[in-house]
Design a protein around this ligand. Structure first.
Ligand code: TRP
Length: 335
């Protein structure tokens, strides 16, 4: 708890180009949650170097992502918006937690298995202990809730296991976090293969709507979206393409799927696609405009980066000092 509010932590990596899926599935929910919780929203750059990055590119993407958090509507006076690498406590706590995590547990992580297949030439120890760093992120702020997608649930489970194990040895040190699966955190699927999640690393650019796509590109991609040959606008599993379009439409307009279906009575797929395209354009355009405006204001952004990192550091240090003491490290002599 901070000032009577529960603590929320989440983070995103600045790799790949963010998609509409990242926005509707995560960022938009973050904004909705930011009134109710004391929120820490991090740009998790330490995680990014588990695969090779071009340094200049990583730095640029990380800054753009941080600005995007703001452009999406997160208030930096109320939320803590910062780079993970600016708060050394993440790495320090991760080391300690590594000593409370078993190889066998980490071996079971499906993301590790996937990533080591994808990056077979660089299966480094950081990739293996990635979930421990994530646990450190979460536990460092005594987080109560963590909004995550289904793909990160296993990492949240291991975080809880590590925290419980640690608490079992040393008493109540860590808050045990809960996953927050958003109600409207619709899983947005690829426009070209609606059986697959919309991904920032998809090779086919028509499969994903990127957050920075211009209105004409957005409209064109929806026009080309894969549907089916049923010629029937319905919200059902057997029509994943149409269902995905309806999900996107609903996430953008706040409607319920059944109402949306009723509204499209008597219309064809062409009209549906056009309506979805317009709904997405009207959601993304203001974010893009705000992003462009903020990007030009270097000193404002730098000020936020500085003050928010200091705030994060303050809370991180509190937990870290407690943990260091518990495990038996000598106290620093400060006078
Ligand atoms: N691993 C997460 C992802 O790729 C990002 C992340 C890092 C995260 N640390 C976190 C998410 C802590 C939630 C909480 O999506």
């Amino acid at each position: 708890m901070i000032d009577g509010k529960k603590v929320l932590f989440s983070g995103m990596q600045a790799t790949g180009t963010l998609t509409l899926g990242n926005y509707l599935g995560a960022l938009k929910n973050w904004v909705a949650l930011s009134e109710e919780y004391e929120c820490f929203y991090s740009v998790v750059d330490l995680h990014s170097i588990t695969v090779r990055q071009d340094p200049a590119e990583l730095r640029k993407r990380a800054r753009n992502l941080l600005i995007l958090y703001l452009a999406a509507g997160l208030n930096p006076e109320k939320n803590c918006i910062y780079y993970q690498s600016h708060v050394s406590g993440h790495a320090e706590l991760a080391w300690i937690l590594n000593c409370f995590t078993y190889m066998g547990e980490l071996n079971r992580m499906t993301q590790f298995k996937d990533k080591s297949q994808k990056h077979a030439d660089n299966i480094n120890a950081g990739l293996f202990t990635y979930p421990v760093l994530m646990a450190a992120d979460i536990l460092l702020y005594q987080s109560d809730v963590v909004p995550v997608g289904i793909d990160q649930m296993q990492h949240l489970e291991i975080t809880r296991d590590i925290a419980q194990r640690f608490n079992g040895v040393y008493g109540d040190v860590f808050t045990i976090p809960e996953a927050y699966i958003g109600k409207s955190g619709a899983k947005i699927m690829s426009l070209q293969n609606p059986e697959k999640k919309m991904s920032k690393s998809d090779e086919n650019p028509n499969a994903s709507i990127y957050l920075m796509d211009d209105p004409d590109t957005i409209r064109r991609k929806f026009k080309r979206a894969v549907t089916d040959s049923e010629a029937n606008i319905a919200y059902r599993e057997e029509q994943p393409g149409v269902r995905n379009l309806l999900d996107i439409y609903c996430a953008c307009t706040g409607r319920m799927p059944q109402d949306a279906v009723a509204g499209f009575q008597g219309q064809g797929y062409g009209q549906l696609k056009e309506a979805v395209g317009e709904a997405v354009v009207s959601v993304l355009t203001p974010v893009q405009e705000e992003f462009a405006r903020l990007s030009k204001d270097k000193s404002y952004i730098d000020g936020i980066i500085k003050s928010n990192a200091e705030k994060a550091e303050y809370y991180a240090a509190k937990t870290l000092r407690k943990v260091q003491k518990k495990v038996g490290f000598p106290e620093r002599i400060r006078k």
